[in-house]
Design a protein around this ligand. Structure first.
Ligand code: AHM
Ligand code: MG
Length: 345
């Protein structure tokens, strides 16, 4: 954590840190640096709305306007709009896609078209908003693959495997607001200091601890899981010579569950199940949730799989594609693949 000024610890703002990192890339033009900074700004706006979420709901309950006569918006729509508006006019992006919108969102006419593509889940875990439980924003940034001369970015630019990510990250709105991002030069975490309105470097060079502490899954659905996943679960609980020390934690907000396991070591999984025949691949979205977090996990020494292969190697066929997800310490995720191979193939 960053220390008080008396200890003479260096205080690094996110802006300073991103600029420092730019030195790793002599060819960098600064566009990505500014894009990350815009996302951090969007995160601050969403965070400030998040802490008023309960009020907004109460004020909004009687109609669509609050006491100031302003339109009251659900927090997930507001987060979506904030991410979009903060990024649609800057000339850094060619196209965006969001979990909240069925189609890719083109850059509005008359605004310059950039070379990056951003996919995001504006408010992950939004079913927790009403209960004051941490939620988050997840983002994934790729280079466009269609030629720049062809104009605005397209669906093809959005359908890239996670392996092609330039950077990804999340903002966690919890007891404090944190931004964590990864490039192929590592993973870094920043905590928002509300008194100065800046994200300050609090978790440099994050690596998942070798010894895992937690397992995280919605055990309420265990009966819908395959034999392999059920056996894997009992392995995590200590049978089949599995670890004897894992504790169960499940928040139901992927960003928060992932963040805890990133810092403490552990495995999160949301398997395929047969609860809903329309969703045979579980619940989580490959492009907005699984791939960006998989990139962070891998940069932090961990691993993410769909139970069969590396999440980062999956070529998405559709924007809102769902995937099973096993993510966290490499050995524990590889064990999931092993159990699924042994019992489910
Ligand atoms: P959302 O993007 O609509 O919020 O859904 C994704 C969330 C994840 O944050 C979380 O891991 C999962 O849904 C929880 O689902 P469940 O309630 O089925 O356990
Ligand atoms: Mg989500």
């Amino acid at each position: 954590m960053y220390n008080s000024i008396e200890t003479h610890a260096r205080i690094t703002t996110i802006e300073g840190h991103i600029l420092d990192q730019q030195h790793y890339y002599p060819e960098a033009t600064g566009v990505l640096t500014n894009l990350l900074y815009d996302i951090a700004l969007a995160g601050k706006v969403i965070a400030s709305n998040t802490i008023r979420a309960g009020l907004a709901e109460i004020l909004g309950r009687t109609g669509d306007t609050n006491v100031q006569g302003e339109q009251v918006m659900k927090l997930d729509r507001l987060a979506d709009m904030t991410m979009r508006r903060m990024n649609d006019h800057t000339g850094r992006l060619a196209v965006m896609a969001s979990e909240e919108n069925p189609e890719p969102m083109p850059i509005p006419k008359d605004y310059p078209i950039g070379k990056y593509v951003m996919l995001f889940d504006p408010l992950d875990g939004s079913s927790n908003v009403d209960f004051n439980i941490p939620i988050g924003t997840i983002f994934a940034i790729y280079r466009r693959i269609t030629p720049e001369e062809s104009g605005p970015g397209t669906l093809a630019d959005c359908l890239q495997p996670g392996r092609k990510l330039v950077t990804s990250g999340y903002i966690l709105y919890g007891s404090s607001t944190m931004l964590v991002y990864a490039t192929n030069k590592g993973v870094h975490g920043f905590t928002l200091d509300p008194s100065v309105g800046e994200f300050l470097l609090s978790h440099p060079n994050i690596q998942i601890p070798e010894r895992a502490t937690y397992m995280s899954a919605n055990m309420g659905y265990e009966r819908y899981w395959s034999r392999g996943v059920q056996e894997y679960t009992s392995y995590l609980q200590g049978s089949h010579n599995g670890p004897k020390h894992l504790s169960l934690r499940y928040i139901g907000s992927l960003v928060a569950d992932f963040h805890r396991n990133l810092l403490s070591g552990g495995v999160f999984y949301y398997p395929a199940d047969h609860k809903d025949p329309n969703k045979p691949h579980g619940k989580l979205r490959l492009t907005y949730e699984a791939a960006p977090l998989a990139f962070i996990a891998e940069q932090a020494g961990g691993y993410a799989s769909n139970g069969v292969k590396n999440i980062l190697d999956i070529q998405p066929d559709e924007l809102h594609q769902r995937t099973p997800l096993y993510i966290g310490n490499r050995d524990l995720v590889e064990k999931a693949e092993e159990f699924i191979r042994r019992y489910d193939s």
